[in-house]
Design a protein around this ligand. Sequence first.
Ligand SMILES: [Zn+2]
Length: 406
Amino acid sequence: MLLKSLRVQLLQTGKRWKSFKARRNEWSFTFRSDKENITSVFHRNSQPSQTGAEDQFVWLPTASGVYSAKSGYQALKRAEDQGSQATTSLGSDFGWIRDVWAADYSPKLKVFIWSILQNALPIGTNLKNRGLPAATNCIRCGEEETVAHIFFNCPFAQNVWQEIPLTTAVHLAAQVDFKETLVASRSMICLPPTGITRNILQWVCWAIWNARNHLLFENRVFSSSETAIKGIQSSREWITAQDNAKAKQAQLPHLQAGNRQQHRVLLASYSLCKTDASWDKSSKNAGLAWIFPATESTPERRGSQRVESVSSPLMGEALAVKLALRSAVSHDLSTIRICSDNQTLIRVLNGKLFDKEIYGISQDISSISSALFVDVSFSYLPRAENSEADALAKACLRSPVVVMGR
Ligand SMILES: [Zn+2]
């Protein structure tokens, strides 16, 4: 009864997963926040083993017990519908479902906001609390680096917020707890002509966080104006993408009946990604490539990377899919159809074949897919239709420098 993505997020944020065990016919939780978090999403209608059986992670909403992001979203939606009346009567209290899981922003941002709320972001104070010897001060002004400081109180953050044209003034710095900030920000909408009709807080925090990381790790400086614009732009791109997806479905109302037809409509709104790898037997190097073809609303995006120590073409193809998914996360794509011209790989990724050589990579692909996407499908594409990705992979393998793309 545990959301797989929570575990993945914990690993990503460097926190060790603490399992929770059944004792005396009760579920116990390592942290209070775990309990709050998990029970807010799941119905606690299972009974612990009477014979001391080893705990297993199972996901109740599916018959198989295996979590998928799609079933997760459906469960959240149901819980949100049930919880919305309760939330209204309680006033404006924070709700994990309303303010995080079912809120209207991208999966990547949900992971980010969740990390803030769990004190799992690798910022100065959190690292210090975990006993890690790290610089604990703000890279910009030298103050202690807390969540409130980095996102609201730092002079840089305040400059960013001044650039955001909000319809209502929200005194963010006054909110000590980030949960309170999220609640206070619910009505935070930008003035026209930004085109932002939804809460922008998460997007601005995300932009501030990225600007901080660019400065810290790459010595790249983004001004407060650039950071503010980035926050507004990302939010607008997300809203446009959502509206386009809704419009597409609305245009095809006659297809809404029947699961198979509905599935077809869904697939039509999937982002396509073509992947390929080029492998050199003697050096064991591989050029990996992925291309997101242009759509009505987005330009073509492509990326490639050369990697070493690749033992076979199959492994190269699998690595290309993994990097393509990472790239898709950075583009905030939530539903994606990954294509490869390697039939064996597609069979492995669709669970129809086991291959021990790429077991680790296929597990990574599965984890990334279920944690960060609403749905990912893997399809075979004949080589003749994959010539662009093929050419890109070959060029990357030949290239003397490692090429990184997004
Ligand atoms: Zn500062």
